[in-house]
Design a protein around this ligand. Sequence first.
Ligand code: ADP
Ligand code: MG
Length: 240
Amino acid sequence: MEAALETTKDISRPRLVELRDIGKQYGGTVPTTALAGVNLNISYGEFVAIVGESGSGKSTLLNIIGMLDTPTSGSYAFDGHPTETMTPSEIAYHRAADIGFIFQAFHLIPSRSALDNVAMAGMYNGIPLRTRQKHAEEALEKLGLAKKAAAFPQDLSGGEKQRVAIARAICNNPKLILCDEPTGNLDSQRSLSIMHIFDELHTEGMTLIMVTHNEKQTVFADRVVRTRDGILSEVEDSQV
Ligand SMILES: Nc1ncnc2c1ncn2[C@@H]1O[C@H](COP(=O)(O)OP(=O)(O)O)[C@@H](O)[C@H]1O
Ligand SMILES: [Mg+2]
């Protein structure tokens, strides 16, 4: 097995994500190998960008890391716990308590206010409503959206919607934030302001993994990995 991708400066930090020889096959009329032989270690506090052509396996990889999907081969340990032996309720717990997701399409509930959308985080792992609301208010405040707490998604700009989604992702202080093309629906100015938010979270010590089409955004990351036909490689600084 090849050595897992890892930078020497991270060796002293505890590992949060450890992928070993991960493969993902999709069946169906045209069987697809979405990932093959992926080895990747990510330590606490790292900001890792994943780049690659459309269809190269970026979302599949992120969904496996986020336990939304399972690999067909290989092993994955999250925060030192092998995911293969987790029960469905343990997986659901880690997904709700430890991982915040941010997607290109925001995925806000249209019939709920910004505050309610954020406060829904943690609902599935038993955090009491009052605590969730308090965390949601604090998260919206941090994202500069305190005045929009009562607004519904239809009354928010794209950039504001994504900030609500970020507030929802960080609200219960997860161990890991996963972002799948988070600025794909935003203009360049709003995209940059979202990147500055990620940069600030990273400075505060958050671990982030971001899939992006925009190679300029990789300057914010500590490391860049590239997927090509389901195979992962580390990108050296000069190649970005
Ligand atoms: N649910 C699925 N069923 C079948 N094939 C899929 C499914 N999801 C993704 N794929 C295939 O797996 C490959 C990788 O997809 P994906 O991870 O979404 O790539 P990316 O995010 O880099 O665009 C593609 O060939 C895609 O068509
Ligand atoms: Mg994708």
